[in-house]
Design a protein around this ligand. Sequence first.
Ligand code: HEM
Length: 234
Amino acid sequence: MTSYLRSWLTGAPTTATPDIPSFLRVSPPASDDGEDTETEQDDNSVPAFPALNSAQRAAPSQPPRILSDSALMPPPPPPSLATRTPGVSSRSSAKPSSSSLLAPAATTQRPLKPTKKRDKVALAPGHSPLDWAALKSSGEDLRGVDTLMRIPPSVLKQHRSKSDAWSAFNGKVYNITPYLAFHPGGERELMRVAGRDGTELFAATHAWVNADFMLDSCLVGFLISEPSPSSDSS
Ligand code: HEM
């Protein structure tokens, strides 16, 4: 039985020995001449795998390649623990060539000073960002002007009170009065740019905020450079 299984595994020709029961014989049976296409009744013989005439069996079997020591990948350099001072990172230690396998030095550095605190402002009920989104798409007039204008800095400067505050961001002038109570940074901060170009301060505070989208319904015009006195007379 063992010799039969070995020959089955290695692919040696199967010669049905008398002691092998017929249900263990692999197909095609010895008598199979390929012409008889009729299936035999109750033929439960297991097909040979790989097939007896497969390329896999035909390929000459190669002995497994054994790597010699010199063909193997060299081991990593040993960490130079002996030169390491406890509490001092390998990066800041006198020996910069120490191994990179050491633990990162994150905990040995003093934390940086926290950046300037941004104060949270409690918005009045009904003044959440969602409320602003609803108001600006409600169709209510938030501009306070009939047509879009070309606005020089001198005109912009005249609109710097809470009830009439304009500010320019990226060349566009907006009426920021309706937004004051909705600004998450508070009215006071927003009023710092009333009557002037707030592009720089805006970008320094929160460049990720899309002012053009948030204030589109408050657009009053476009910032232009101050007209020279000579062009005034014409
Ligand atoms: C009209 C233009 C502006 C719009 C549409 C606007 C919008 C916003 C929005 C959406 C936030 C919340 C951002 C966030 O939590 O990530 C915010 C926060 C803030 N804004 Fe503005 N902002 C404007 C102008 C300004 C200006 C000119 C300043 C002033 C200096 C300013 C100061 C702040 C501050 C300090 C916060 C922080 C609030 C917090 O930490 O939650 N904003 N602003």
